[in-house]
Design a protein around this ligand. Structure first.
Ligand code: SF4
Length: 96
């Protein structure tokens, strides 16, 4: 594979990954809205973030997101900005 092919391959993978992230986020948001927008308690959000996500090898500190599913994870109680806050969502690796 030459440099041009490698760049194209990388760009393609990047594009698919971004598309998958958007699709997953849209589905998560839809599930959450359909369920009546249930949210986890702030103390539970903080506990999950600190004990599971922050210590996880799939946590990307730079983008505050999960490398596995692409969703944002943090201590925020604003559910659309934080997968942990949405009570309908769970860790893709079943850590929470
Ligand atoms: S959601 Fe799960 S896999 Fe993703 S960073 Fe948190 S603990 Fe890790």
């Amino acid at each position: 594979m030459n440099d041009h092919q490698e760049q194209h391959e990388t760009a393609t993978v990047q594009k698919i990954t971004t598309t998958q992230k958007v699709v997953r986020y849209t589905r998560a948001l839809s599930r959450w809205v359909k369920a009546g927008r249930p949210v986890r308690d702030e103390s539970e959000i903080i506990r999950i973030f600190q004990s599971d996500c922050r210590a996880c090898e799939d946590y990307d500190k730079r983008s505050s997101s999960c490398k596995h599913c692409g969703c944002r994870v943090s201590e925020s109680t604003i559910a659309p900005l934080n997968k942990i806050a949405m009570q309908t969502e769970h860790c893709p690796l079943e850590k929470w």
